[in-house]
Design a protein around this ligand. Structure first.
Ligand code: AR6
Length: 186
């Protein structure tokens, strides 16, 4: 029997979203191959998640970051994880929120894409992301979460090397927001 309504694309977002988990927690504690750092263009130890990652990784991380010549907004660079449980840290620089008309959405999408490209190049199977730009850089959380989930699922649709993506939320409200967005998009 043929089904004229058959569409192989239906269900695909749901399938790739099975590889995405949302948790509330501290990214520095994640037992994954790589964690993503919401960094600054100088790749200096800062506050927020960046400060926590540098503290947990130890001096070696900052020594390696110094040699990388910084990182542009929307781009990403990779280092070792030093004392972290994760083998790698992927440093990406999210945009500073300036109202939304300065290419912030596309820059943030670029962060997720570049991190996942680096993950693919380094055979990273499990990767954890914080909510890039949503702290000091003040990107609205729900808008950022939609961009994160959209970019991650479109990457997972065309790439099978990354098997697990963990979205690490640092508060219950961020966790609830991500879950809402995941439901909307799936
Ligand atoms: N684990 C997971 N998420 C965390 C953690 C943690 N340990 N700590 C904070 N968050 P932010 P940005 C969340 O400010 O907005 C730094 O100084 C936090 O609740 O760390 O991209 C850098 O050096 C928020 O939702 O990064 C840059 O200068 C999210 O991580 C600048 O801040 C991102 O908040 C980057 O700002």
């Amino acid at each position: 029997m043929t089904n004229d309504n058959y569409n192989p694309e239906v269900g695909k977002p749901q399938m790739v979203l099975n590889k995405v988990a949302v948790i509330e927690g501290d990214i520095t504690k994640q037992q994954v191959d790589a964690i993503v750092n919401a960094a600054n263009e100088a790749l200096m130890p800062g506050s927020g998640v960046c400060g926590a990652i540098h503290r947990a990784a130890g001096e070696g991380l900052w020594e390696e970051c110094k040699k990388l010549n910084g990182c542009e907004t929307g781009d990403a660079k990779i280092t070792k994880g030093y004392k972290l449980p994760a083998k790698w840290v992927i440093h990406t620089v999210g945009p500073v929120w300036e109202g939304g008309s300065y290419g912030e959405d596309e820059l943030l999408a670029g962060c997720y894409r570049r991190c996942l490209e680096l993950a693919e190049q380094h055979n990273i199977r499990a990767i954890a992301f914080p909510a890039i730009s949503t702290g000091v850089y003040a990107f609205p959380l729900e808008r950022a979460a939609k961009i994160a989930v959209t970019e991650i699922s479109s990457f997972l649709e065309r790439n099978t090397s990354v098997e697990q993506v963990i979205l690490v939320c640092f508060s219950k409200s961020a966790y609830d927001c991500y879950l809402r967005v995941m439901k909307e998009i799936s």
